[in-house]
Unconditional design. Structure first.
Length: 155
């Protein structure tokens, strides 16, 4: 009787299922984990900001600054499903922090563009406002009605 590795049909089926599960976990679920890490990381980072002009240099090209006469908004935006810089990692998200300390999350969308500057310009064009108060009255109030997820307030 020879000894060796004999793989039965059922054993082969189990092996195929395990390999398929690993591929699905790596290729489908990994973007969701990246999404969650992006949102959690930027909510924490932006909450720590005191002034729009005091951002760490490594945030250049990552955080967009929008200025108004009465305040500012910082936006960390990721559009991985279409932007070259996103690497095609398949998730979209924005984290906003304003000069009043409010942090908002749009967990499922962001402007589709290849650079942060282009994404910011699209966002500004889509949400025109004369002041931070005008912006908050027109757009942030909508998030409290459930159109965007509110990540909490930095009161």
């Amino acid at each position: 009787m020879r000894r060796g590795c004999i793989i039965t049909a059922s054993g082969l089926g189990v092996l195929v299922l395990l390999v398929a599960a690993a591929v699905v976990d790596g290729n489908v679920l990994a973007p969701r984990r990246g999404h969650e890490r992006f949102v959690e990381s930027w909510v924490e980072r932006l909450r720590s900001v005191e002034a729009a002009d005091d951002l760490p240099p490594e945030w250049d090209g990552v955080v967009y600054r929008r200025r108004f006469v009465d305040g500012w908004i910082l936006a960390a935006m990721h559009h991985g499903s279409c932007a070259e810089s996103g690497g095609g990692d398949g998730f979209n998200a924005c984290v906003f922090r304003d000069s009043l300390g409010h942090v908002e999350v749009d967990a499922d969308s962001s402007p589709c563009a290849g650079t942060l500057m282009a994404m910011g310009e699209i966002w500004e064009a889509a949400t025109p406002a004369d002041s931070l108060r005008d912006y908050r009255d027109r757009y942030v109030t909508a998030s409290w009605r459930g159109e965007r997820q509110d990540a909490g307030r930095g009161d």
